[in-house]
Every structure is written in C-alpha cells, then in structure tokens.
Design a protein around this ligand. Structure first.
Ligand SMILES: Cc1cc2nc3c(=O)[nH]c(=O)nc-3n(C[C@H](O)[C@H](O)[C@H](O)COP(=O)(O)O)c2cc1C
Length: 308
C-alpha cells in the first residue's frame, strides 16, 4: 500500500480525499453509504448565523459536463447545527470542518465565535465565494480591503485551522490569496463554483429559478487546476484543490499542480460512495506509478520539454 498521508500546514490527514461543502450535508447523509473515517476529511454544508430557506425551485440542473446549482445557502443556522448535528461528530476520527457563510462580516465573525466552543472540530472554511446570494459571499472576494478585514477578524476569533475558500471569478487570484496569507489564514480552498446558465429552448425559460447559478463538475477542472497551479507557485499557503474531481487521476493532477489536500463535490451526486471509491483507486494508482509517498508529489509538475 502507498503512503497516502498528507499535511495541510501542520495538520496531518490520513489521505487527501475530503468531501466538499454542500455536496454531502452534515455527515449522516453519507454515513449510510460508508464509514466517514475512511476519508481524509469532511466539509459541512455552509452554515450561517440565522437559518436560511435558500432560493426558489428549480435550484439544480444537470448538464453534460457537470451541473448548475442555485441553492442559496439553505441551512438550519449555526445554533441548531451545534445542538443537533455536532454531537454526532464527536466519535469521528476523520478531519472535520465547518463551512461558514454570511451576509456581513459581523455574521461571519459571530458564527466563528459560536463554533469556537464546539468540542470536536478541526477547522473553519470561510466561504467568501458563493455566487448564489445577493449579499455577502462572492462580494468579499471582489474587494481586497473587505477581504483583508474579514480574514483578520476571523483570525482573531478562532484558534482552529482557518481556511479561506476563494472564487475563481476574480481578476488576479494570486493577489486575493496573498491577502489571506498576510492576514493569518492557514490554508486556501480553490475553487468554488463558476457562474453559469442553461436555457430550455422549448419554453424559453432558464433552467434555474435565478437564471444564473454556480457551475461545477468535470467541466470546471481545467480552470481549477490553473488556479491551484498559479497560487501554489506564488503564495506560501497550503492549498485544498477542488473542481470536477471524479477519478484518482484527477486527484493526482491536483496534487502535482500544488494542492496538498483535495475535495470531491459534484461526483458525490453521481456516485454516493465516491469518497471511499477514490481513496481505494488512489492507492492503486500510486502503486502503478511507483509513488510510495503521495506527499512527495505535491507541486512537482513541470512544463513539457519544448523543441525549437
Ligand atoms: C449543490 C451544491 C451545493 C454547494 N454548496 C456549497 C456551500 O454551501 N458552501 C461552499 O463553500 N461551496 C458549496 N458548493 C461548492 C462545492 O463545495 C465545490 O467548491 C464546487 O462544487 C466545485 O467542486 P466540484 O466540481 O467537485 O463539485 C456547492 C456545490 C454544489 C454542487
């Protein structure tokens, strides 16, 4: 067996395979398919200070190259999560993270503060990249001053691992990631969904209630890889790679590009036991390629040898 253990900064993971926020609920949804402890880590659906019912239906749509969603951060709110879901996490050994969202910086900070008391939590993933809400979300990625202030305040509030999840929809992803590093973030998650649209030509109606939603799945993988590659070369923060992963080869591409850990999102809807399957396949692939220690492959991609 290959050594699949990886490090995200100082935190160790038994393997790099984590489930992405919003695609696997709060844990019990997956636990009926397989043991969550087989995963490197688990990222919860976004939590906000107050409960949210989300956007109107239809809010998901399948495409040949992935899917669109406009869930709109539907969630029970942080207090209900702490009292109802979090106790179920106490027995788990896998790395556990809560995805935090909000409309204002105060919302994010108060959410982080309440979660600080949670006994069994490895870190927070601050979602400044949701394209499907009118306030907050992606607007924090667009203004570097707002982003800096938000990351600083979250850093002051939590002693847990602080991960900032960025949108690819910015002019210069390196400067956005650098702001997170400067303000004390521990890691970067790349990428969230990309704005996208689909139209039913018969009815001349958009397939999502909000017209435009977030595009995810295999079609966004090249975009995600490019962002991971650029940030890994320029910013000294560990990276969690996300976007269109549906095979062990996809995982290895992200690792070579510079990600230390990865998340699987849309593929969970295709294959409910995706996490477990990918861990097994990754072990076989490393064996085939003679990779004894996966962590040694992080960021080792090279450009092709060119001829004149
Ligand atoms: C239905 C759905 C809901 C999502 N909800 C969240 C969320 O609550 N918070 C978040 O940060 N990302 C959310 N995402 C984005 C995913 O975590 C991931 O970044 C994105 O889908 C790209 O990965 P993928 O191509 O493997 O799906 C959601 C994605 C989908 C498809």
């Amino acid at each position: 067996m290959a050594d699949l253990s990886v490090q995200l900064g100082e935190m160790s993971f038994c393997n790099p395979v984590c489930l992405a926020s919003g695609t696997a609920g709060y844990g019990p949804e997956v636990a009926s398919w397989y043991d969550l402890n087989e995963l490197g880590g688990f990222f919860s659906k976004a939590l906000t200070l107050e409960p949210r019912s989300g956007n109107a239906l239809p809010r998901v749509c399948e495409l040949p190259t992935g899917m669109l969603n406009t869930i709109g951060l539907a969630n029970p709110g942080v207090s209900r999560f702490i009292s109802e879901q979090l106790p179920g996490w106490e027995e788990l050994k896998t790395r556990l993270f809560v995805n935090v969202a909000g409309s204002t910086a105060d919302d994010y900070v108060e959410c982080c503060r309440r979660l600080e008391q949670a006994p069994r939590l490895d870190g927070l993933e601050i979602n400044v990249s949701c394209p499907n809400v009118k306030q907050g979300g992606i607007s924090f990625s667009a203004d570097l001053g707002d982003l800096a202030a938000l990351v600083r305040r979250c850093r002051e509030t939590t002693r847990r691992l602080l991960i900032i999840k960025l949108s690819p929809q910015v002019t210069d992803i390196v400067s956005v990631a650098q702001v997170c590093a400067d303000e004390g973030a521990d890691a970067i998650s790349l990428i969230n969904t990309i704005p996208g649209m689909s139209i039913d030509i018969g009815s001349r109606r958009t397939r999502l209630s909000t017209g435009i939603g977030g595009y995810s799945g295999p079609g966004i993988k090249p975009v995600a890889l490019a962002q991971v590659y650029r940030v890994a070369r320029a910013v000294s923060l560990p990276i969690i790679g996300i976007g269109g992963i549906s095979s062990a080869a996809d995982i290895l591409e992200f690792i070579l590009a510079g990600a230390s850990v990865i998340q699987v999102g849309t593929y969970n809807f295709v294959q409910p036991d995706a996490g477990r399957k990918l861990v097994k396949e990754l072990d076989q692939l490393c064996h085939q390629l003679g990779i004894e220690q996966l962590s040694s492959a992080v960021g080792t991609v090279e450009l092709p040898v060119t001829t004149a």
